[in-house]
Design a protein around this ligand. Structure first.
Ligand SMILES: [Zn+2]
Length: 63
C-alpha cells in the first residue's frame, strides 16, 4: 500500500509519497534531517508523524 506524507509543520508543508511504510520511514527520516535539522528522530516522533501526517493512497500520487 502506497503512503502519502504531508508535513505537519506550518513553515514546511512538504509533501511526498512512498511505496510502503518502510520506505516512508526512510523518507521521513531524510526529510526531518534535511528540512528540520533532526538527525536522529526518536521512535515517539516517528510514531507521531506516521499517525498524524501519513495517509494511505491508492498507489498513485493524488496531486
Ligand atoms: Zn517538514
Amino acid at each position: 500500500m502506497a503512503k502519502e506524507f504531508q508535513c505537519d509543520s506550518p513553515e514546511c508543508s512538504s509533501h511526498f509519497t512512498a511505496g510502503d511504510s518502510e520506505e516512508m520511514r526512510r523518507e521521513i527520516a531524510k526529510h526531518l534531517k534535511d528540512a528540520h535539522n533532526i538527525d536522529t528522530p526518536t521512535q515517539t516522533v516517528m510514531n507521531y508523524l506516521e499517525t498524524t501526517s501519513v495517509t494511505e493512497t491508492s498507489g498513485r500520487a493524488a496531486r
